[in-house]
Write a protein that binds this ligand. Structure first.
Ligand code: HEC
Ligand code: HEC
Length: 218
């Protein structure tokens, strides 16, 4: 009985101390995160990813990234207007299907009516993907006609890139619509780099700081 009485107060203090300690830890965490989070900065939001800024390496990697983005396999879905493009010469899509608010087409001209889940065999047939569509009307993500400087700036701007942070931008390199570029269906050329090379250049560009090349390349 004596021992029990002796333990009681010490247990009480123990609980109290624990409580105070966790309250302190919580406050420290709250203060730390208030310094860290800056909503619109993809780098600040990324957290885990190590950034080792290097503008020369970054800009060099973007030159490779840009070549892929401007290739018909990517640009055809990132047009300046509201109609997708077709073919290696990026002409306007026949029958002019429109973007629509969510990018999946309008009325009877829905992308998925013709674009199946997988490529349709044969020449001049629609490539397939379960989510084949254009970027939405309020976030057009235009590649067509953009200089390297303009496109790099746009990709890094959360208000233009679909609110993607660094981690999400990195992950996008393996998005199924991006991968579709390397499985384009018969009669279409591949992007100028392999997917592996593209992904490497993309990640290097981003993790070295996501720098934009100078406005006018010499
Ligand atoms: C079938 C149409 C389609 C094709 C083909 C396509 N994309 Fe996209 N792309 C989209 C859509 C839709 C979005 C927006 C969806 C999202 O943000 O997740 C998008 C978003 C993006 C984004 C992020 C937005 C931005 O501007 O930061 C990048 C980067 C991108 N695509 C790269 C590519 C690359 C590289 C290729 C070619 C290898 C490609 N896309 C081919 C439809 C396409
Ligand atoms: C009426 C059927 C039809 C509809 C609707 C349609 N497409 Fe197509 N699409 C095709 C066909 C057929 C091709 C292949 C044309 C060719 O290779 O000559 C094609 C090709 C494309 C290509 C070219 C792919 C490449 O790599 O060059 C893109 C991009 C594309 N469609 C996007 C869309 C989008 C986005 C929508 C919806 C807004 C859409 N299409 C709606 C039939 C359609």
């Amino acid at each position: 009985m004596k021992t029990k009485a002796a333990i009681k107060p010490s247990r009480y203090f123990h609980t109290k101390a624990l409580f105070a300690l966790s309250a302190m830890l919580f406050m420290i965490a709250a203060i730390a995160s208030s310094f860290r989070s800056k909503e619109d900065d993809p780098f600040k939001k990324a957290g885990k990813q190590t950034i080792n800024k290097d503008s020369i390496e970054s800009v060099k990697a973007f030159a490779s990234v840009y070549k892929v983005l401007m290739s018909p396999r990517c640009m055809n879905c990132h047009p300046a207007g509201d109609v997708p493009l077709q073919g290696d010469d990026s002409h306007l899509h026949t029958m002019l299907p429109k973007r629509g608010t969510d990018g999946t087409g309008v009325y009877a001209m829905k992308c998925a009516n013709c674009h199946q889940e997988t490529n349709t065999p044969g020449l001049h047939t629609p490539p397939g993907n379960p989510k084949w569509h254009l970027p939405p009307a309020d976030m057009k993500m235009v590649f067509q006609g953009k200089t390297p400087h303009e496109l790099a700036k746009q990709l890094m701007d959360p208000n233009q890139n679909g609110h993607k942070n660094l981690q999400q931008l990195i992950e996008h390199a393996s998005d199924t619509l991006v991968l579709a570029g390397w499985n384009p269906g018969e009669g279409r050329t591949l992007p100028p780099l392999s997917h592996k090379e593209f992904k490497k250049a993309w990640i290097t560009w981003l993790t070295k700081g996501g720098y934009a090349p100078a406005p006018k390349p010499q």
